[in-house]
Design a protein. Structure first.
Length: 150
């Protein structure tokens, strides 16, 4: 009987320790602050239409190449939209209708208001993902924590 209690105490202690470690990891991820994208060095500088074509050709390869990288994208604004607590700028390939969406960082939320549809801009952002939509039959590329690159 004493062996069972000793084993149970060890099991409960191990469970408690794992719960504390799990809570610590969750807290770290949930409260993680990102540095301002404007202050980060870009890994790549690309043209919007060429960038889209790279994903149309091979999305898996392109996703692996750009995963979690800071990228400067130069192109023409095709749409500006408000989305919840952020502003988005969209660049599109008019031939394929594939597009890139840039979600702006909180401190740069007013920047999309300074540009108009049709303007040529340079945007620096953190690449999130590029996917092919079977329903829309277009490539959609997402950037997070974006800022105008001046």
């Amino acid at each position: 009987m004493a062996k069972k209690r000793s084993w149970l105490k060890r099991l409960l202690l191990a469970g408690f320790i794992l719960a504390v470690i799990g809570a610590g990891i969750y807290w770290y991820v949930a409260t993680e602050k990102f540095s301002d994208t404007k202050d980060r060095k870009a890994a790549f500088t690309v043209n919007a239409v060429d960038f889209i074509k790279e994903f149309e050709k091979n999305a898996t390869e392109a996703n692996n190449k750009y995963k979690d990288k800071i990228i400067i994208v130069n192109g023409r604004v095709s749409e500006i939209e408000a989305a919840d607590t952020t502003m988005n700028i969209k660049m599109a390939d008019t031939l394929s209708n594939s597009f890139i969406i840039f979600a702006f960082q909180e401190q740069h939320i007013s920047e999309p208001k300074t540009v108009k549809v049709g303007d040529s801009v340079s945007i620096k952002g953190s690449f999130s993902a590029g996917i092919f939509s079977e329903i829309l039959e277009v490539v959609k590329i997402d950037f997070k924590r974006s800022a105008l690159n001046k």
